[in-house]
Design a protein around this ligand. Structure first.
Ligand SMILES: *Cc1c(COP(=O)(O)O)cnc(C)c1O
Length: 240
C-alpha cells in the first residue's frame, strides 16, 4: 500500500485552521462580540519547525511556545521577525534573559521578582518595551503556576513600576474539566478581576487583554471575554 505523503499544505492544517476560525466567530457571535476582538495564538510546542512554517504560510501571525529552549531553536531557524512570538509557559529566572531576546509577549509573569528581573534585562539587552501579561492561578492546583488573586496587586504594582514592561493583560489556565462548561466560572472570574484593574487604569492605554481558553474550552472562554485564545491540539493534533 502506498503511503500518502503529508507535505506542504496537504495535511489538513488549512481545514483545521478554517474550522477554528469559524468556531471563534460563532462563539463571539453568541455573546455579540466581534471575532476581530479575539486573537488566535497557535501553540506549537513539541511540533516541528515545518509545522510553524505551514501555519505562517496560512496567515497565522501569532505563535506560542511554552519552553524557552525549544522556542530558541525554532525562532533562530524561522526568524525573529517572521511572527509575533508568545511565551505561554512558566519562565524560570535563569531563562529570563533569553526570553527577553526571543519573545514579543510574555504571558506568564508570576512574581514581582520576575517582573523586576525582566525590566533589568530589558535595560541590559537593550530592549525598549516588553509586553507582559500576569498569569493568575485561580484553581490553586500544585501543577499550575501564576499568582494567587490576593497577591495580584503586588505584582501589578511591580510591573507598573518597571519602565520597560508594558502591562498588557492577564492570563489564566483553569483546571481541566471533562465538561468545558465547568471552566466558565474561572474565565468569568478572570474577566471580573481584569475589569476591576482596568477601572484603576492598571493597563497601558488599554482595557487589558484576557489570555484564556485552549483547545478544550476556548469557546467558553470567548463567551466570557477572552481576547487571546491559545490553541494547540485542535490545530496541530495531539502532542506525543
Ligand atoms: C500547551 C498549551 C496550550 C495549548 O493547549 P491545547 O490544549 O493543545 O490547545 C495553551 N496554553 C498553554 C499555557 C499551554 O502550555
Amino acid at each position: 500500500m502506498r503511503m500518502k505523503k503529508t507535505v506542504g499544505l496537504q495535511n489538513g492544517l488549512s481545514e483545521r485552521l478554517a474550522d477554528i476560525n469559524d468556531r471563534i466567530a460563532i462563539a463571539a457571535g453568541r455573546v455579540k462580540r466581534s471575532a476581530k476582538e479575539v486573537k488566535l495564538i497557535a501553540i506549537t510546542k513539541t511540533h516541528p519547525i515545518q509545522t510553524i512554517r505551514e501555519a505562517l504560510a496560512l496567515g497565522v501571525r501569532d505563535i506560542g511556545e511554552n519552553r524557552v529552549q525549544e522556542a530558541e531553536a525554532k525562532i533562530s531557524k524561522i526568524g525573529r521577525e517572521m511572527a509575533t512570538w508568545h511565551l505561554v509557559g512558566h519562565l524560570q529566572a535563569n531563562k529570563a534573559r533569553r526570553a527577553v531576546k526571543l519573545f514579543d509577549v510574555i504571558h506568564s509573569v508570576d512574581s514581582p521578582e520576575l517582573a523586576r528581573r525582566l525590566d533589568r534585562l530589558c535595560v541590559e539587552e537593550p530592549r525598549e518595551v516588553l509586553r507582559v501579561l500576569i498569569q493568575v492561578d485561580l484553581g490553586r492546583e500544585p501543577s499550575k503556576s501564576g499568582v494567587y488573586e490576593e497577591e495580584l496587586h503586588e505584582t501589578v504594582s511591580a510591573v507598573r513600576e518597571c519602565s520597560h514592561l508594558c502591562l498588557t493583560g492577564l492570563m489564566t489556565m483553569p483546571p481541566f474539566f471533562e465538561d468545558a462548561e465547568d471552566a466558565r466560572p474561572f474565565f468569568g472570574k478572570l474577566r471580573a478581576i481584569r475589569d476591576d484593574l482596568a477601572r484603576q487604569s492598571a493597563f497601558e492605554n488599554f482595557n487589558g487583554e484576557l489570555s484564556m481558553g485552549m483547545t478544550h474550552d476556548f469557546e467558553v472562554a470567548i463567551e466570557e471575554g477572552a481576547t487571546m485564545v491559545r490553541v494547540g491540539t485542535a490545530l496541530f493534533g495531539a502532542r506525543t
